[in-house]
Design a protein around this ligand. Structure first.
Ligand SMILES: [Zn+2]
Ligand SMILES: [Zn+2]
Length: 395
């Protein structure tokens, strides 16, 4: 989409030394002229994309410098542009067409009421489990209909108050009558003159055409708190679409997606992980050093650990949102690894072990029984293994 040989200044019809405000206003004007919903020109969509690309470069001081020096910008409009809107606002059923039809004075009329308030906007943000554990910042950049500064969102160029619409007498509705075989049918439609608002502006602000809102590119840093869960939302009040002529703005909602991790499985604030042990480590007990989600941990493995046993390391799991210092636990699932390849020396030792233990591991079972309820132990073992299997297969 980056076309390299476009003259961005020419596209926006601004001089090469135009300041940021001039560029912004030129973009708004051009975007209104060329938007595919308004323009009949067959190349309107391409023109609109070019204007977005020009604004993307010229509104960013670093990209603009690069463009002025080299005549092109790597990845201009690459990560951001017209085509991204569908994805960005898809979750809320918001698309660029909506953005612009609203901009051009369209209002949402359902039945007899016209809603002047701005709509909520939505964005999806993906973070890794590691980022969810540490907390992370994301640079957010988006376009929205923002309150117009030039007229303080009143829509009026001279500050005069809106007057009642002469065509609908201020009701915002026009009643139509139709003759049918059942008699006269009466129906109400939003008034076209005032867009259903019931008021009109005598001397509209040229920047916003009297709507009190203009398209604006917003940037800010979103702080995602440590411990955030998959599917949780973060709301920024009134950062969504501005209302018409100063009516309340919608909110901006971020839905956080925490991606799966190949080392840890999350369960609330607790984490589950495998703990591979040799048969000797499991039999004799040991202290294993492992990488936890945020720090190195010492896992105390008791002698006689069995496959599927869980060893809990307290306060090493996910941080708890809103409770500084509080954390869940990590549960390590013992996974005894039987050697497939053995040196002659190890082979001899295992043979000796076998002779010493006898042909069946009944002595071991007796010992388990003496530790309290063999049935419980077996059930516990099965549960441990099954959980682990679910985790590996991603269920
Ligand atoms: Zn204005
Ligand atoms: Zn009207």
């Amino acid at each position: 989409m980056a076309s390299g040989n476009l003259d961005y200044y020419e596209l926006l019809e601004v001089s090469r030394d135009a300041d940021a405000d001039t560029i912004k206003k030129a973009f708004r004007r051009k975007a209104r002229e060329c938007h595919p919903d308004v323009s009949d020109a067959p190349d309107a969509e391409d023109r609109f994309k070019e204007i977005n690309e020009a604004y993307d470069v010229l509104s960013d001081p670093q990209k603009r410098r690069q463009y002025d020096t080299y005549g092109s910008v790597d990845g201009a409009a690459g990560g951001y542009g017209y085509s991204d809107f569908g994805d960005m606002f898809g979750g809320a059923g918001f698309d660029l067409g909506d953005l612009f039809s609203a901009f051009f004075g369209g209002t949402r009329a359902s039945g007899r009421t016209v809603n002047l308030e701005g709509r909520d906007m939505a964005m999806n943000i993906s973070v890794s489990l590691q980022e969810a554990a540490t907390g992370v910042e994301r640079e957010i950049r988006y376009d929205r209909l923002a309150p117009c500064d030039d007229c303080h969102a009143t829509g009026s160029a001279d500050g005069s108050a809106p007057a009642a619409c002469p065509d609908c007498g201020g009701t915002g509705q026009r009643t139509t009558y139709r003759q049918t075989i059942l008699g006269t049918m009466q129906s109400s439609v939003p008034c076209e003159t005032c867009g259903g608002t019931g008021t009109y502006i005598k001397n509209p602000c040229p920047e916003c055409d009297g709507s009190g809102r203009v398209i604006d590119r917003e940037t800010f840093t979103l702080e995602i708190p440590a411990g955030i869960s998959d599917g949780q939302t973060i709301r920024r009040r009134e950062a969504g679409e501005a209302g018409i002529r100063g009516a309340k703005s919608g909110d901006l909602l971020f839905t956080i997606h925490v991606s799966a991790d190949d080392r840890f499985q999350r369960e609330g604030n607790n984490l589950h992980a495998r703990l591979p042990l040799s048969i000797a480590e499991a039999a004799l007990g040991t202290t294993k050093e492992v990488e936890g989600i945020l720090e190195t941990l010492q896992v105390e493995v008791p002698a006689g650990s069995q496959q599927g046993d869980r060893i809990r390391v307290k306060d090493s799991g996910m941080p708890v949102v809103g409770r500084p210092g509080a954390r869940g636990d990590t549960l390590y699932h013992v996974d005894v690894i039987v050697p497939k390849k053995m040196s002659p020396a190890v082979y001899e030792l295992v043979k000796q072990l076998s002779a010493e233990l006898g042909d069946s591991p009944t002595s071991n079972a007796d010992e388990l029984a003496s530790r309290g309820g063999i049935g419980d132990r077996i059930r516990g073992f099965k549960r441990g293994v099954e959980d682990f299997k679910d985790w590996v297969t991603g269920n």
